[in-house]
Design a protein around this ligand. Structure first.
Ligand SMILES: [Mg+2]
Length: 283
């Protein structure tokens, strides 16, 4: 890479980063993340984190990043859980929700006055039918590392009611950890689609435009002045390209360099880097 690229990068005003696989993997910060963000902050650039990960509240992300030595405020964090809660509260206010997902998602939903009907940890010792399946308006799914048989049985039967909406926080099939990949939110959707013999109605996270558009609005940046850093081609890169935002594909995460061949050329990233630390070298 040349210093031309460094100059080119500094012309952007708004920098959007995916979290998992770009800035960190679970509780391990990735090389260059802290350094790049502090350079950008010094240059007074707008920084936003756009994550499909629905397992934490935005406050928990502020805390997580603080532990990595990265200081951001609540408004700089957009998560699929936060956006799903916002979207559902605006379109279906005061709905009763059944959640396949973790505590962070449940908290975001409850904060906007949505009623989470299964707000306890459902154990397989429970009878799946010992639950008012008819009372649910919406099933919302996100990554759930405590997914149980009883939850699947309940969600499957709730979704048999055609009036029930089926909404996903994100469709990421896998989730990168430092040791390897584990099932992501999209895997939960696939299982439920098969079990209920119906398709999901709405997916909120990337590649859908909602998160990108919100980041643009909050940063008051033109799309041509913004760049998205992502490790997953089909969400971060395709989604950003679809709204006209520039992209930097960061290797070592969800997608491999060889996955580029599956992509239509119109979605090719503008920059490809092995890691954020390679970009830090440019400055
Ligand atoms: Mg990622």
């Amino acid at each position: 890479m040349s210093s031309n690229l460094g100059e080119k990068l500094f012309q952007f005003n708004a920098f959007f980063f995916d979290g998992d696989g770009v800035l960190y993997k679970e509780n391990t910060i990735l090389p260059g993340a802290k350094e790049l963000l502090s350079i950008l902050e010094e240059k007074k650039k707008k920084i936003f984190i756009l994550t499909n990960n629905s397992t934490k509240t935005r406050e928990e992300y502020v805390e997580k990043l603080k532990n990595f030595g990265i200081n951001v405020n609540l408004n700089q964090i957009l998560t699929s859980a936060y956006l799903t809660a916002k979207h559902v509260s605006e379109t279906f206010p005061e709905s009763k929700i059944y959640v396949i997902g973790e505590q962070g998602l449940k908290e975001e939903l409850e904060r906007v006055n949505l009623q989470v009907l299964n707000n306890w940890e459902e154990k397989n010792s429970e009878d799946p039918f010992d639950f008012d399946l008819e009372s649910v308006d919406i099933v919302i799914t996100g990554m759930d590392r405590k997914l149980t048989y009883v939850k699947l049985a309940r969600a499957m039967n709730i979704l048999k009611n055609k009036h029930v909406r089926f909404i996903g926080t994100n469709a990421d099939i896998t989730f990168p950890t430092p040791s390897g990949f584990v099932p992501g939110g999209g895997a939960m959707i696939d299982i439920l689609e098969t079990l209920s013999n119906r398709k999901i109605d709405t997916i909120i996270g990337k590649p859908k435009p909602l998160m990108f558009n919100m980041a643009l609005e909050l940063s008051s940046a033109k799309k041509t002045d913004a760049i998205m850093f992502g490790d997953r081609l089909e969400t971060d890169i395709v989604g950003a390209k679809n709204v006209g935002i520039n992209t930097c594909f960061v290797l070592g995460g969800a997608s491999k360099l060889s996955d580029l061949v599956k992509l239509d050329k119109t979605f090719y990233p503008d920059i490809i880097t092995n890691s954020l630390s390679d970009l830090v070298q440019l400055f």
